[in-house]
Design a protein around this ligand. Structure first.
Ligand code: AMP
Length: 294
């Protein structure tokens, strides 16, 4: 507790200078990309990064190109001072907090086209979102050149798309995904939870409850995607002011719907509670079928 506030650099040149000496010392480097407004979910990534690498860089940057025109870019919480205090407590080595001008210099014209993974689920609801995500992640990977970059399962697709991109574009960094950190009552931690009124915060529990319901149905032998999704929908629609963007039961690699669930399946959903759009997901793992006696 009460460690020194980590060093903060705001330009790519400063960042490269800092990292050159780290590399000369033979240390491995981790990158944790964030948009700030940090909570225990982010800090779990920092912890994994520090455990697995010698030097952890946390980037804090609210990337405008991943927000749609009607989305919350302007009001997205920006809490740098508090973020730095949290990062000091978990002894982050370096923070990169660039300006928009630093990340998108005049004349910026190159974007990462992500293909089908970027068009499904979140991509279908938020056109252009993953083009913005992939572009900023690639830029961060290029400036930091980490040995490993850390993402949370909370934003499942935001980790899957960089993994695809890193494989396709020969990015040498390992892409690592850490489990979802939840509040004690099950709500997945999110910077956007702070938008919720106390009543909406209570209603937001329905995301996790409906995912748990899916798990229970699987346990009881239900395997039909439509039947499970219908029960989840019913549960969510019983909550006042809840508006479903999607409920998906999909292959975790391709994000294509699975009609009859027989192996590891991703259950993912996006729901608006009042005006706040929340996402959550979990894996459904039906027990292997028992071979019938001869
Ligand atoms: P964000 O600042 O929302 O862009 O998130 C930065 C990173 O933290 C992403 O890789 C997220 O998936 C991850 N993250 C956000 N919330 C959680 C959580 N509750 N548990 C684990 N990781 C999280």
């Amino acid at each position: 507790m009460n460690q020194a506030v980590p060093k903060v650099v705001t330009t790519i040149a400063q960042l490269r200078e800092e990292l050159a000496s780290v590399r000369r010392a033979g240390k491995t480097v981790a990158l944790v990309p964030t948009m700030g407004a940090l909570h225990a979910g982010h800090l779990s990534l920092v912890h994994a990064a520090q455990t697995q690498c010698d030097f952890a860089v946390v980037s804090i940057y609210v990337n405008p190109s991943q927000f749609g025109p009607q989305e919350d870019f302007q009001r997205y919480p920006r809490t740098l001072e508090n973020d730095l205090a949290l990062l000091a407590d978990c002894r982050t080595d370096l923070v990169f907090a660039p300006s928009n001008e630093e990340m998108y210099r005049p004349g910026h014209a190159t974007w990462v086209e992500v293909g089908p993974l970027g068009e499904l689920l979140e991509g279908a609801c938020r056109p252009g979102h993953f083009r913005g995500v992939a572009t900023i992640v690639l830029k961060l990977l290029n400036v930091v050149q980490p040995d490993a970059a850390y993402f949370g399962q909370k934003d499942y697709q935001q980790a899957l798309v960089p993994r695809r991109m890193a494989a396709d574009l020969d990015v040498p960094a390992a892409i690592r995904v850490c489990p979802i950190v939840r509040e004690p009552d099950g709500l997945a931690m999110s910077s956007r939870n702070r938008y919720l009124s106390p009543a909406a915060r209570q209603r937001a529990l329905v995301l996790w409850q409906s995912l748990q319901l899916a798990g229970e149905l699987i346990e009881r032998g239900q395997r039909d995607r439509r039947a499970i999704a219908a029960r989840m929908r019913e549960r969510i629609e019983a909550v006042a002011g809840a508006q479903i963007d999607y409920i998906a039961l999909v292959d975790p690699e391709t994000l294509q719907p699975i009609e009859i669930i027989s192996g590891r399946t991703l259950a993912a959903l996006a729901v608006k509670i009042e005006n706040t759009r929340l996402i959550d997901n979990c894996f459904l793992e039906p027990p292997p079928a028992v071979a019938s006696a001869p």
